[in-house]
Design a protein around this ligand. Structure first.
Ligand code: HEM
Ligand code: FES
Length: 449
């Protein structure tokens, strides 16, 4: 028998199972333990810090050894999906939510030297900040600014971006620090820019109504090669991005005031995505400060077609504003419509509900890392087969989830949002149900090669 103490939540688990991984044990015991790639040793989100009993975990697997070497981990950091528990341990989960995942990319960036990478850079500036500070109490300003940083930071984090800096009333996001194609990095930044405008509108309508203040932001986005690295005094190195594309992004943001538009993208961003994808308003030709040639800038208004990721990202926090209530209403509906399914659930429904909402939110954060999302959903599908869930249950659960989402959104519900969530749930269940067929195709193509 071994005992596992989860530091932080102070939960003690005892197990006789030496074959399951630490991640399996967490999930069996309904401990929300992020595992974006579904336990395949790829995403590193399941990492834990071993506080006591290091010797009681199995040795690192090859995949974990490679990851630990690349990311310069000390021996106390372990991948829960790669280690088995042979005796008592005290561990602490290191990544709690999807919002924290992107900063893990920084571990792959070298210390003390800079590397050139293709990145998209986004500058978002709060307009009229001076007027707002002069008209409100310091306490209220601090509250409003905190909300401002949160709702505008989320679109960066949901799109695989890193919040690089807060400079006064400005937020800077970087996309593509860990590689990725030009199209992917530019699209991530575009989604973040649109998500920010959406978030600020909602902040004004809902939370800031009572403050008699309206926030407005100007957003500028650019793409280019810049140097990134951990630079500075050897005792105080900081993640740093240097290069002309960064300065240009800042100037593009500045030009939104002159052009009197909310969001401007550079030609390099515009040309990075497929023609006809974006809804563009006015275009501008201008000589940006410090340049001796004219640049073309495009007013970004949206995507031409409904963009599933953007719709899901923009509605997630509202749908899960009361996670426990959401899960309770959902499971009540399931058990009313299909009472036979109740027997499949072994644990209490509150912890089960916590795992469901944790997973839903994790899925929305993983949309911008589709390769991990797919792996994670297959693993979830495999476990559901073990739980006794048959494929014919999925359409019912899909329908009830959609109904609960619609109810939760209330007045915010739109036909477009409904379509986006339907498309997402169809994708999720198709991955969960078809994992076997998918694995056969991979096996066959491996054999053919
Ligand atoms: C949209 C699709 C679904 C999602 C995102 C989802 C999510 C989850 C999550 C996160 C867990 C926790 C355990 C784990 O991570 O393996 C879980 C467990 C479970 N789910 Fe689902 N699920 C889905 C569909 C279904 C369906 C169609 C059924 C059948 C009615 C079902 C029944 C169960 C059962 C019986 C358990 C195990 C409960 C226990 O061990 O007590 N789920 N699900
Ligand atoms: S690395 Fe463990 S779940 Fe992805």
């Amino acid at each position: 028998m071994a005992s596992i103490l989860y530091n932080g939540i102070n939960q003690l688990i005892t197990t006789f199972d030496q074959d399951s991984t630490l991640l399996d044990i967490s999930l069996e015991n309904k401990i929300p333990h992020l595992h974006e790639c579904g336990g395949n040793g790829r995403c590193t989100t399941c990492r834990v810090r071993v506080i006591e009993g290091h010797q009681n975990l199995s040795a690192r697997t090859m995949v974990e050894r490679n990851t630990a070497h690349l990311r310069r981990w000390d021996p106390a950091v372990r991948l829960a999906c790669q280690c088995r528990v042979k005796g008592d341990v005290v561990v602490q989960r290191l990544v709690w939510t999807g919002a924290e995942v992107n900063k893990l990319q920084l571990e792959t960036i070298p210390e003390g030297e800079a590397e050139e990478r293709n990145i998209a850079i986004l500058f978002c500036d709060l307009r009229n900040f001076t007027r707002i500070t002069s008209q409100n109490l310091a306490f209220d300003i601090a509250h409003m600014l905190n909300r401002f940083y949160t709702v505008l930071g989320d679109p960066i984090l949901m799109n695989n971006g890193i919040i690089y800096q807060y400079v006064g009333d400005e937020i800077v996001g970087i996309f593509g620090t860990a590689g990725g194609t030009r199209q992917k990095n530019a699209t991530d930044a575009i989604r973040a820019a649109l998500g920010m405008q959406y978030a600020i509108e909602r902040l004004n309508h809902m939370e800031l109504k009572d403050f008699d203040t309206k926030f407005e932001v100007g957003v500028g986005v650019n793409f280019g090669r810049a140097f990134i690295g951990h630079l500075g005094h050897p005792k105080h190195r900081q993640f740093t991005v240097i290069g002309d594309p960064v300065n240009v992004a800042s100037r593009i943001q500045g030009y939104t005031k002159v052009a009197k538009v909310k969001t401007l993208i550079s030609e390099s961003i515009y040309k990075s995505v497929e023609e006809g994808t974006l809804e563009i308003g006015n275009t501008f030709r201008t000589q940006l400060d410090g340049k001796d040639f004219e640049s073309q800038l495009f007013e970004l208004r949206g995507f031409r077609e409904m963009d599933m990721n953007l719709e899901l990202q923009s509605s997630l926090d509202f749908i899960l504003k009361n996670e426990e209530g959401f899960a309770r209403r959902f499971y009540d509906k399931v058990f009313t419509k299909a009472p036979g399914v109740r027997a499949l659930f072994k644990s209490d429904m509150v912890s089960q509900g916590r795992l469901l909402t944790h997973m839903l939110s994790g899925i929305v954060y993983s949309l911008s890392r589709p390769e991990y999302l797919k792996m994670g959903l297959r693993t979830l599908g495999k476990s559901h087969e073990k739980y006794g869930v048959r494929p014919e249950y999925y359409p019912l659960v899909e329908e009830i989830l959609l109904e609960t989402i619609r109810e939760e959104l209330g007045a915010l519900y739109t036909e477009k949002l409904g379509r986006a969530w339907k498309q997402a749930l169809e994708y999720i269940t198709s991955q969960m149900v078809n994992w076997e067929a998918d694995e056969k195709i991979v096996e066959m193509s491996n054999a053919a090669n």
